[in-house]
Design a protein around this ligand. Structure first.
Ligand code: 0R9
Length: 424
């Protein structure tokens, strides 16, 4: 995408500290030095491209695992700025790769990094933890390249050719002195990039594994599954829930879609199936919050209230009836919730639980407004979902009664058992 914006200048980058700390304590920056940490390096670089996509300047990201476990990520954004940085005296691009916490708008006042990750220190952290890194930038009519070894510049940014395109390409080999393994798991990366493409409507992410694989015994060469995928979902979260429900029987054909901009931009897609379980995925700044948090709380609160209100107002629940419980309403529900939070606080054991308390009310209000309007406008869908909720509620009540009866029976049997006498 050749949408030019030169508002950003090299002198807007803040320079803070060096990279030695990263090599000394890698876990502090990427979580661990296991295969999880290794994958994190790839996510950090791809996150930068996704940020460029979220800013509206990039719509294509290609990820390749090259032979020898070299990672190559290429985007068609504006290209990292190449001009000289006022404070460091080196190019903006080299500054971003060699100085921790140098990172343009990342974390500054003029915008915020929303794809998650290390808040703009990603490029320098990857550089510090790689045996070598090579960055090629197409911008301002030229092709520029710089090279690093274990975070140290071995070739400063140099113009190596002309180009009328824009974009950034980063290749790196993770450092075997730091990581326990350099073997990327293709399936893990593929899943993550599918998810990222669902979460960023219209963004194309491709991944290809070009490593030579050892032949598995009994498997013909041509039988090896091709490790290559191309993800682009114009439907965004709707496509995500449809993908999650692909093997399930749907109660309504199209997902319910909610989108609201504002202080905390919110996107939600919901689709009910005949399944007995609930299946809710939540994301904050494209990070999967597997422990839930305040955004999930707000969503659950709104859904419970809206379906109960609708059921009462339309005579599905009578005065004498008890309210439907949240679990009745969520049985068979598949939902994806994605929110963007400027300064997310992550809590919980795996730091994947959103803690920002203001998000509960914001999500609850947005979901309640949009969902109640949807149900009023789509009475057939509302009816079908409520039938499912009522049947879940009846099943829950029947199970409770059966449990109570069994408990009573066993306590009565206990009281009629012959008493043991104890002679002293
Ligand atoms: C292949 C991986 N891609 C990247 O790492 C990547 C970083 C990046 C980028 C900008 C554009 N494309 C990019 N791809 C960019 C950002 C901004 C202005 N111009 C270009 C901006 O944030 O305002 N940058 C990421 C950080 C920086 N550029 C910067 F700090 F050097 F500005």
């Amino acid at each position: 995408m050749d949408k030019v914006n030169h508002e950003y200048g090299a002198n807007q980058i803040q320079v803070l500290e060096g990279l030695e700390a990263v090599r000394k304590r890698p876990g502090m920056y990427i979580g661990s030095v296991s295969v999880r940490g290794l994958h994190h390096l790839v996510y950090e670089i791809v996150d930068n491209s996704v940020d460029e996509a979220l800013a509206g300047y990039c719509n294509n990201i290609n990820v390749t695992i090259e032979p020898g476990n070299i990672i190559c990520v290429e985007d068609n954004g504006r290209g990292i700025p190449v001009e000289k940085h006022a404070k460091t005296g080196i190019s903006a691009a080299e500054t971003v790769y060699t100085i921790l916490h140098a990172g343009g708008k990342f974390g500054g006042d003029s915008g915020y990094k929303v794809s998650g990750g290390l808040h703009g220190v990603g490029s320098s952290v990857v550089n510090a933890l790689s045996e070598w890194t090579e960055v090629t930038i197409q911008r301002d009519g030229g092709i520029f390249q710089m090279k690093f070894e274990r975070g140290k510049t071995v070739q400063p940014l140099t113009r190596i050719g002309d180009s009328d395109k824009t974009g950034t390409k980063v290749r790196f080999l993770a450092d075997s002195e730091i990581f326990e393994t350099l073997e990327y798991e293709y399936e893990v990366l593929e899943k993550r990039f599918r998810e990222m493409a669902f979460l960023t409507k219209g963004l194309r992410i491709t991944i290809e594994d070009k490593r030579v694989r050892e032949k598995v015994e009994g498997e013909e060469e041509e039988e090896q599954k091709e490790r290559k995928a191309d993800f682009c979902f114009e439907g965004g979260l709707n496509s995500f829930v449809e993908y999650l429900n692909k093997n399930k029987e749907k109660i309504h054909e199209l997902p319910i879609y909610i989108e609201k901009d504002g202080e905390v931009p919110i996107e939600v897609a919901i689709q009910y199936t005949t399944s007995y379980s609930e299946n809710i995925y939540t994301f904050v700044n494209n990070i999967n919050t597997i422990e839930g948090g305040t955004h999930l709380e707000g969503f659950k609160r709104a859904v419970t209230k809206v379906f109960n209100d609708y059921a009462r107002n339309h005579g599905v629940l009578k005065d004498k009836d008890q309210n439907l419980q949240g679990e009745d309403i969520r049985e068979g529900m598949t939902a994806v919730i994605s929110v963007k939070v400027k300064e997310p606080q992550f809590e919980g054991q795996t730091k994947t639980k959103l803690g920002n308390s203001n998000v509960t009310g914001i999500v609850a209000n947005a979901v309640a407004d949009a969902l109640s309007t949807f149900l009023e406008e789509n009475p057939n869908v509302a009816k079908a979902i409520l039938e499912k909720c009522i049947s879940a509620s009846r099943a829950r009540e029947a199970a409770r009664k059966a449990r109570e009866l069994a408990r009573k029976k066993s306590s009565m049997e206990g009281s009629t058992l012959p008493r043991k006498t104890c002679r002293l």
